[in-house]
Design a protein around this ligand. Structure first.
Ligand SMILES: NC(=O)C1=CN([C@@H]2O[C@H](COP(=O)(O)OP(=O)(O)OC[C@H]3O[C@@H](n4cnc5c(N)ncnc54)[C@H](OP(=O)(O)O)[C@@H]3O)[C@@H](O)[C@H]2O)C=CC1
Ligand SMILES: O=C(O)[C@@H]1CCC=N1
Length: 274
């Protein structure tokens, strides 16, 4: 399969049925991929049983066997497990099998060194809102991945949300912003809810208000207006919002967000070196 055309239903093996493996598996099925064309592996029998019951897909503990049957191998194991899994699957791949990996940091060169010469590889950096179709993923092609492989990867991710193409050099920054970013947003939601409780609201009400506010702000920002303009529209002169935003600045929250992204970026680079 050198240039698989969109519209064909390739056999997909998801190796690693954890948080991201399940998110991608779920999105595949939501997007209409036939369950009989999807297989998932994991090392935990309990995990495999749960995934089989939930999604009706074939499960197993042999990465090698799953890879041998697949047109697309989707790696969703932790970065430090990637080399061992590549060693298991390399001898099994049929010519032209597309290898897609979501592992943070691990460079395309690592896959291309471990896999048979000419293997098409695509790196993906997805995020967890993929499970509700509101994810953001960036994809980057390896040396042997052509337009057809990128299109096939986009089809696999179609139900996850936004998918953009980037050069590999940008993936560490993408990881720091959209890959890890949902955690920053959940951190903000939790902090807002906690503040509401501090100010006398029930936890349930404070949490519902915080979630709806962040969701609404995201939806509004998605219409394309600059975030600064949107913030100014909330900020009546001499009112509550400017007082609140001034306190965010005084507490270094903007600098904290930048520092968080930089730390995640550096960690992504570090994962690529280990
Ligand atoms: N979570 C996220 O938001 C994102 C994660 N990613 C990437 O996705 C990958 C997976 O992360 P995540 O889903 O969070 O991690 P998880 O630990 O939830 O999932 C990894 C799964 O792989 C299993 N596993 C371990 N070794 C093997 C093996 N040899 N063969 C098959 N399965 C194995 C693990 O089992 P066990 O638990 O028993 O070890 C676990 O179930 C990582 O590379 C990460 O960088 C990328 C973007 C976002
Ligand atoms: O925390 C991690 O390493 C993974 C990659 C991006 C989000 N989760």
């Amino acid at each position: 399969m050198t240039e698989q055309q969109p519209g064909t239903n390739a056999a997909v093996a998801v190796l690693g049925g954890g948080v991201m493996g399940e998110a991608l598996l779920s999105a595949l099925l939501t997007g209409g991929w036939p369950a009989h064309q999807v297989e998932v592996t994991d090392q935990s029998p309990d995990r495999l049983a749960a995934l089989a019951e939930r999604y009706g897909v074939r499960t197993g503990d042999s990465n090698a066997q799953a890879a041998q049957r697949a047109d697309v191998v989707l790696l969703a194991v932790k970065p430090n497990v990637v080399p061992a899994v590549l060693a298991q699957i390399a001898p099994q791949l049929r010519g032209g099998t597309l290898v897609v990996s979501v592992a943070a940091g691990v460079p395309l060169a690592t896959y291309e060194q471990h896999l048979p010469t000419g293997t098409p590889v695509v790196r993906v950096m997805p995020n967890t809102p993929a499970v509700v179709g509101k994810g953001a993923s960036a994809i980057a092609p390896g040396a042997h991945a052509g337009e057809g492989h990128l299109v096939l990867t986009e089809r696999i991710l179609a139900a996850t949300g936004l998918v953009v193409r980037v050069a590999e050099k940008d993936l560490d920054a993408v990881t720091a912003i959209s890959g890890s970013g949902p955690a920053y947003a959940f951190y903000l939601i939790d902090a807002m809810a906690e503040a509401g409780v501090l100010l006398g609201l029930t936890r349930d009400l404070a949490t519902r208000l915080a979630v709806a506010t962040v969701e609404g702000a995201g939806a509004l920002a998605a219409q394309g207006e600059h975030p600064v303009v949107l913030r100014e529209r909330v900020s009546s002169p001499g009112g509550t919002t400017v007082a609140g935003v001034a306190a965010l600045d005084a507490h270094g929250v903007r600098a904290g967000v930048v520092a968080a992204a930089r730390a995640a970026y550096e960690r992504s680079k570090e994962l690529g070196r280990s």
